[in-house]
Design a protein around this ligand. Structure first.
Ligand code: SF4
Length: 396
């Protein structure tokens, strides 16, 4: 089958401030796991949609890009050869994706997409393909994949130079066993790691393609200590530098681990600190203490690693006062802080929390993360915006 995988254009995201624009990694994983087909990846953030036709088009959909994704689908149906349209991605309401597609791949896409494509190619019914939602049926969810059995992402149809300096994006594990209220947990709660040799091979490939350094984008890279140490010994052999811009948990590192990471080229760790106030951490189910964060930051700095913090404004338990205390905490730790708005996504536990404790504002999906989506009696939308700007300035 002649397949295109499309990354729609997206509004500027806070992630881009932190990381720059990085390649559509999820689509590269899909492309790598349909070895019977050649899939062209088209990133509409960096190039226009070519005038071509395809049998099947897969469109990646995040909540903020949903509108653009729908427009791409509409365009393909009206001016193209009416390809089969398959959507998937991190949007939390698959039914909304079905409004402009033929099939929705729910959850982790690689195996589901491959089986779906095989069925469609042989004109077989797709109703029994786990994870697929269609206009006719909704198959049960597919259990999480063993990452060791998946092929690596295929970047061959992407010009990685478009993404300089962030073409060295590497995913070594997926999933996180914790349940922080605000987190959409896109890869679920079962942590799964690739083998160190798989990680080493992909690292070498990215470095040979010109990546100046590697950015590990796992949900929780430091979860499995022995695996981290084995990966570090491979990174040391490669002589590369790398960082953890997606954040990791402060309670998942120890002094020896961070020192080995530093020797292996780790130059920056971002910790998902969220708040400097214990009762806010407890309200969001972070299962971590302020003391653990202090220790992790100090150990990492002592090992010679630059430390930055990911913080949030407006989580359950937050008030203007807790944000001021969080800024004091970041200053006391003497780290740069990246602040973002706590954003509930439809259908999540956080969304349910807002229904009970706050009120939603009328915000289109495209503006999610950029402006407050809700407010509470003790923390207005105006205060959220003002304190986000102030905290970001204070902790630069
Ligand atoms: S620890 Fe991080 S990845 Fe895990 S649930 Fe919490 S925010 Fe999400």
């Amino acid at each position: 089958m002649n397949i295109a995988l499309i990354q729609p254009d997206v509004p500027h995201s806070p992630d881009e401030d932190l990381l720059g624009r990085y390649p559509p990694v999820g689509l590269a994983w899909l492309a790598g796991n349909i070895p019977e087909h050649t899939a062209e990846i088209i990133d509409l953030r960096t190039e226009p949609l070519p005038k071509k036709s395809w049998d099947l088009v897969g469109i990646s959909c995040h909540t903020v890009s949903l509108e653009k994704a729908a427009r791409v689908a509409e365009h393909l149906r009206t001016v193209g050869d009416d390809p089969i349209i398959v959507t998937g991605g991190h949007h939390t309401l698959p039914q909304e994706l079905l409004e402009f597609s033929d099939y929705v791949v729910r959850g982790e896409g690689e195996r589901t997409f491959r089986e779906l494509v095989t069925c469609l190619e042989h004109k077989k019914p797709c109703t029994s393909v786990l994870g697929v939602l269609s206009h006719e049926s909704c198959a049960p969810h597919r259990p999480p994949a063993d990452l060791r059995s998946l092929n690596p992402p295929d970047y061959t149809t992407l010009s990685l130079s478009h993404y300089n300096p962030n073409q060295g994006i590497l995913v070594t594990s997926r999933g996180c066993p914790y349940h922080c209220l605000f987190c959409v947990s896109p890869f679920g709660h079962t942590w799964r790691g690739r083998t160190p040799s798989q990680v080493g091979r992909e690292a070498l490939y990215l470095l040979e393609r010109g990546a100046p350094m590697l950015h590990i984008m796992d949900d929780l890279f430091t979860y499995h200590r022995e695996r981290v140490l084995s990966i570090c010994s491979l990174f040391k052999e490669l002589g590369c530098t790398w960082d953890l811009p997606n954040g990791t948990r402060a309670d998942s590192v120890d002094a020896q681990m961070v020192s080995i990471m530093a020797e292996a080229g780790c130059i920056r760790i971002l910790f998902g600190i969220e708040s400097g106030v214990q009762h806010v951490l407890d309200s969001i189910g972070k299962q971590m203490t302020i003391g653990q964060t202090r220790r992790a930051v100090s150990m990492s700095k002592e090992a010679g690693i630059e430390v930055e913090g990911l913080f949030m404004v407006g989580n359950p338990g937050d008030t203007p006062d807790t944000i001021r205390k969080t800024v004091d905490f970041a200053k006391d730790l003497d780290i740069k802080g990246h602040f973002s708005l706590a954003t509930p996504y439809p259908g999540t536990a956080f969304w349910q929390w807002v229904k009970v404790h706050g009120s939603f504002l009328e915000v289109p999906y495209r503006d999610f993360e950029q402006v407050p989506v809700f407010e509470t009696p003790s923390f207005s939308a105006r205060e959220r915006v003002d304190l986000l700007e102030w905290a970001s300035r204070e902790c630069r």
